[in-house]
Ligand binder design. Sequence first.
Ligand code: NDP
Ligand code: 2IT
Length: 449
Amino acid sequence: MADILDVIKDRDPQEKEFHQAVSEVMESVKPVLDQNPIYRQARIPERLVEPERVIMFRVPWTDDQGNIQVNRGFRIEMNSAIGPYKGGLRFHPSVNLGILKFLAFEQVFKNALTTLPMGGGKGGSDFDPKGKSDYEVMRFCQSFMSELFRHIGPNTDVPAGDIGVGAREIGYLFGMYKKLRNEFTGVLTGKGLNWGGSLIRPEATGYGSVYFAAEMLATRSETLEGKTCLVSGSGNVAQFTVEKLIELGASVVTMSDSSGYIYDESGIDAQKLDYVKMLKNVRRGRIKEYAEKYSSAVYTAVDSALDYNPLWNHKADCAFPSATQNEINSRDAQHLVDNGVVMVCEGANMPTMPEGIHVFKEHKILYGPGKAANAGGVSVSGLEMTQNSMRLSWTREEVDSRLKLIMKTIHQTCVDAAEQYGKPGDYEAGANIAGFVKVVDAMLDQGLV
Ligand code: NDP
Ligand code: 2IT
């Protein structure tokens, strides 16, 4: 039987990020496949890498000048073995089929780790919300939903946010779905609090990532208190990662956007974080302005001539990549190690390149892979679905304590699976193995579908 990587590279040679994600998972689960021949006999690898369904569609809309614009919309329904397809929508000019397939593939295993009944999916568009007016974003979202609505539903496929899709976009998307279906249902998560959203959903990915980090540190009898932390990104995940780190007594010294990063030696405190939230969520400005407001901070613009990201080259104890995929290469990883970092916790999806992961493992860094560390977001999405089904809403404390318990359980699941397969302390192997076994056993139970 041909190696599964050769198969997908042959079939879709341009989907580099998808190859990377599949390669990482398949490498980890080799011992599982070797010890359980039934999985290969049932052609599980071949079935896993082929989405159950891919939807691609035209999204025409008009800009504020009255010009017609055309974008491409996608929804990848990857795997529904353990529940309805679930996963975010990304609006970013870099979006293509390969990127969404990588995200959908990761989502399948991540969702399996959450303990909740959710399959995996992902979608989005190459639409760039940057610089667009609210009305333009609304018209785009309405056009996007005017096709997507026929493929999704509260028991079929439940999208949410990701890069470029936050509360504003989810609102416009939900409004159009409701109008077209004449139904008020929990078809999207990340909804507004007064129309079906869950408390703690905005915070969940960042908080969950910090809870996971605390669990990893606890295995070495350490806490986050007093730790210096590097955070990348300044969007949803980064903001609430910083918020929880401040609460736990850590000192966060960096945040970034796609134009550059700020280094604030005196630490980003709660007041400065409020400014970042206003800057990013209300004014939709650039992180550079932080350094114009606070003299303790230095701004460094992205220099595309560099083969490393200087954000990762500061003295620190912990790193929380929370922007995007492949933001840490092997050189960045080496910089982190050289600067004394002992733990890397991935808020983003696949932020570390394979060579970077290799450096972390070589140096026995506590490395929390995205599909485990950032699973808090989709977990609280799952809790939002539960609350919608019951037509009630839980308190902040209730949701937060469930989130904490889920992150603790995911951590333990990773530890146990890694140990069982002879890789103690390897969270990457543990997450991939545990997620994989849960999904593929369900596939076997359900026959060849
Ligand atoms: P946001 O759109 O809120 O923020 C994204 C941040 O990352 C922005 O600061 C953005 O800068 C930066 N960024 C995006 N693309 C790039 C790029 N190509 N190069 C450099 N910086 C970039 O998204 P989220 O915070 O929701 O998502 C961040 C990461 O977390 C993603 O990998 C996402 O898949 C992952 N994630 C998100 C979850 C969620 O619940 N939202 C759940 C689990 C994972 P700029 O504004 O300049 O584009
Ligand atoms: O990558 C992710 O887990 C998300 N963007 C959140 C998905 C969700 O359905 O809440």
